[in-house]
Design a protein around this ligand. Sequence first.
Ligand SMILES: Nc1ncnc2c1ncn2[C@@H]1O[C@H](COP(=O)(O)OP(=O)(O)OP(=O)(O)O)[C@@H](O)[C@H]1O
Length: 256
Amino acid sequence: MSEMPAAADMRPATAPFARLAGVEVTRGARTVFSNLNLTLTERRIGLVGDNGSGKSTLLRLLNGLILPDTGTVTVEGLDTRRDRRKLPATVGFVFQNVDHQIIFPSVREEIAFGPIQQGTPKAEANAAADRLLARHGCAGWGDRAVSDLSEGQKQLVCILSALAAGPSVLLLDEPFSSLDLTTRLTLASRLGALDVTLVMASHDVDLFAGFERVIWLKGGEVAADGAPADIVPLYEADARARAELAIGRQAGRAFP
Ligand SMILES: Nc1ncnc2c1ncn2[C@@H]1O[C@H](COP(=O)(O)OP(=O)(O)OP(=O)(O)O)[C@@H](O)[C@H]1O
């Protein structure tokens, strides 16, 4: 299992980088958050919770992809409603589903897109993309068609694209689910060492061992919030208890 190490030489977190105040969000017919209040200060924050508990919605609130129906969300001093256009230069996002992120045919174009949007000349952005690829063991990938990559390779390209834009906050939604163990361990270690604030949702709770804070979401509410060593066992015990209950109910019934 992969464990993301704590960053050693990182500037200490002092002021909050994000705040959610009185946030209500409805998606479709469902109220996901009814009054969510969070202050985020730590440089390594993990989100855990069952499917549908609100992890992706919280990450999308932080990058302005979803705006609160009521309440406010501020990240690095930017109000996600008022300053939406400034957010992409500050807040990077790695989607759970690579097809929601990748828009260009070649790997180099995909990675260079963010910096070009921010005003970097194309040749410079392309050269930086190639250097970034080489640093992550993907030298020569620049001209490759994204459509020819495996799911895990696409996931890696998505992570590198997010990093290329030089965000100060990186939001990761299940970023390693398709990566092989070697790439997962390498990338987790590299991400852990970056001087960038990370907020990551994952079902792979071992990744949070070096984190400073884990928030457990349950049905759109914060069920527990604190140090990984305290929160992860609570979540696991709760998940196991509910699984045992479900298995007990199923006992004797034929599997459909
Ligand atoms: N596009 C949508 N339209 C309507 N409802 C949605 C939409 N996306 C999510 N939801 C609902 O919002 C709730 C929270 O979903 P969300 O994707 O934030 O959960 P999650 O914790 O990230 O789940 P997972 O672990 O499966 O990724 C769920 O009840 C889900 O059904």
